[in-house]
Design a protein around this ligand. Sequence first.
Ligand code: VNL
Length: 391
Amino acid sequence: MQRRQLIQTAGFTALALSMSLASAQDSNKFKIGLILPMTGQQASTGRQIEAAARLYMAQNGDTVAGKKIELIIKDDVATPDVTKRLAQELIVNDKVNVIAGFGVTPAALAAAPLATQSKTPQVVMAAATSSITEASPYIVRTSFTLPQVSVAMGDWAPKNGVKTVVTLVADYGPGNDAEKFFSERFQLNGGKVVEKLRVPLRNPDFAPFLQKVRDAKPDALFVFVPSGAGAAVMKQFLERGMDKAGIRMIATGDVTDDDQLNDMGEGALGVVTSHHYSAAHPSPANKKFVEAFQKANPKMRPNFMAVGGYDGMRVIYEALKATKGQGGGDALLAAMKGQIFESPRGPVYIDAQTRDIVQDVYLRKVEKKDGQLYNVEFDVIKGVKDPGKAK
Ligand code: VNL
């Protein structure tokens, strides 16, 4: 009897001990739930961000302020219903400290109410519609916004012989932002927008739209499509001889994406874009970043998505350090706001009011360097805030 009791007690003690060990172990962990499109049309964005997040961890260690960092990567196939379910599971079951990633705008918006309810910081590393940061006070963004980069093109084009334009954008949040902010600025500068075309986000066929552009015969076609779709637009633009018909392509840098640019062929030479990151950005910090990224991922060139992911990890690591490993959601969020640092893209900061990134925007031209195609920067607008916040 006594013996049985003893064994039972010992058993319970062992169980209790292992449970408290597990929770002690858990409280020594800091979990980041990274929700990304790893398959489907936006898979290159997931690949780039995962590679960059892993690089950041390899360079900065996986223990911060006494906490072991655990990265939990989930594939949402850029589908908002899936994003929402995954965010819920990560927050409730895995008890992650931060959710991050978000390859497309609908995915970022789907997770926002969960971030608010659970007071979990949501670090948006890719999605770029201006209004995203207004969807939750727990959102911090390390990518960019379409208004931020499109206005620069609305200033550059009319000064460089482009008087008439047709716009062609993917028909959802960031495309609508690009269309609006480019057009308004271009017209303010005396340019004329002849026609505004919107293509579906899913499996777009550009041919009928490009035919319309040919008929309208503007000086230039202004394009926004999301990362991963640029090569298809470029191919059809060239195949239909638009350039030979005297129509220039101008775009946001999403189109001449470093992930695809080198395979676009010589026809892409001379295309001028505005954006916040080029793999050819000539700073020592970027040279180090590109070299390390390519050493770890020999077949890849980092693009703007990679930099959004790398800087997002930086923002999370530094917030954890600043809160000495103690931070709950609110403390972490407060420590993310106002961070100032040198990114591979150039100097940046997280605006404490808007929680959006403030950064330099560059004008770039596709050129050949060492036998490869790059977006070579030739002008810069310093410290650009998101013009989409009407305040
Ligand atoms: C978005 C914006 C996605 C820009 C992108 O690539 C991009 C978005 C996937 O907000 O959905 O290049």
